[in-house]
Design a binder for this molecule. Structure first.
Ligand code: NAD
Length: 287
């Protein structure tokens, strides 16, 4: 079997088109142009690329975008004061603090992220939004897992009743993915670094989501014939070479569908962020 390649750009274009329609609807219904503020602290080159990408996508869709650049030496209190300012600014609908934070304030990450107004929390990391997702009433959902679910839907892949296995239990990917797939009636198993006999578990998956951050870890013998494989991993193995958590070439021969890296899930994340900005704006209108 040679798998269908689930190209991120195809689905990202559809998600962005929906977002552009959402922007137009907000304008015509309420006269509002949604706006996103991205806060970046320090000079991490990878973070700068991500922030530029978000800014560009906002511009493409007619979403106002401001980038707040703060120096590497910023204190926790300075960052919190900036978040408060953005929380109180009625012209800002979405707030995102680009991670990772500099080492000096990294230990305060939770306190900093929890300071964001939950209705402006377009990353979906605030305990309010986590709680909403867990109780089955999702509001703002983390962009990467939300993008994976959306892609499955757009690709016409059935979820209801399927066995899904997620490798990785992070708050950003693994845990929200669990709740999203469970809410769609999949039977979900979450694996992590303490899981015994991982291949035996992953071989049960109709839908396998790899989000562990280990280059090419998932090999063909870990995948059931005909499974759908979603590779969330982004691993830099050389200055210009990115690979996923899945051995793409070998697994493509076993799976029925697979996402490439690069060019897969990564593109969906930014597109879903745009949808979250629109959703956040609507939530604020209803507040
Ligand atoms: P993380 O480091 O927070 O979590 C990794 C998880 O993998 C942990 O729960 C850990 O228990 C599990 N794990 C590690 N080694 C394992 C092993 N040998 N067997 C089983 N489980 C194991 O990572 P994260 O933030 O969830 O990110 C995971 C990957 O996804 C990374 O490569 C990251 O770069 C990528 N990522 C991509 C996007 C995107 O936009 N596509 C977004 C977020 C993260």
């Amino acid at each position: 079997m040679t798998a269908r390649i689930l190209e991120g750009k195809v689905f990202a274009a559809q998600i962005k088109e929906e977002a552009a329609n959402g922007v137009a609807a907000l304008k015509s219904e309420f006269g509002i142009t949604p706006s996103l503020a991205v806060v970046i602290v320090g000079d991490n080159p990878a973070s700068k690329v991500y922030v530029r990408n978000k800014h560009k996508t906002c511009e493409e869709l007619g979403i106002n975008s401001i980038v707040v650049e703060m120096p590497e030496t910023s204190t926790k209190d300075e960052l919190i004061a900036k978040i408060d300012e953005l929380n109180n600014d009625r012209t800002i609908n979405g707030i995102l603090v680009q991670l990772p934070l500099p080492a000096a304030i990294k230990s305060h990450e939770e306190e900093i992220l929890n300071r964001i107004d939950p209705l402006k929390d377009v990353d979906g990391f605030h305990p309010y939004n986590v709680g909403k997702l867990v109780t089955g009433d999702p509001a703002l959902v983390p962009c990467t897992p939300a993008g994976c679910l959306k892609m499955l839907d757009l690709a016409g892949i059935e979820i209801d009743g399927k066995r899904a296995v997620i490798i990785g239990r992070s708050n950003i990917v693994g845990k929200p993915m669990l709740h999203l797939l469970m809410s769609r009636h999949a039977t979900v198993t979450v694996c992590h670094s303490h899981t015994h006999d991982l291949p035996a578990v992953t071989r049960e998956a109709d839908i396998l989501v790899a989000a562990m951050g280990k280059p090419k870890f998932v090999t063909a013998d870990m995948v059931k014939s005909g499974a759908v494989v979603i590779d969330v991993g982004i691993n830099r193995i050389a200055p210009k070479k990115l690979v996923g958590d899945v051995d793409f070439e070998a697994v493509s021969e076993v799976a029925s569908a697979i996402t490439p890296v690069p060019g897969g899930v990564g593109l969906l994340t930014v597109a879903m962020l745009m949808q979250n900005v629109i959703k956040a704006t609507r939530l604020q209108v209803q507040r």
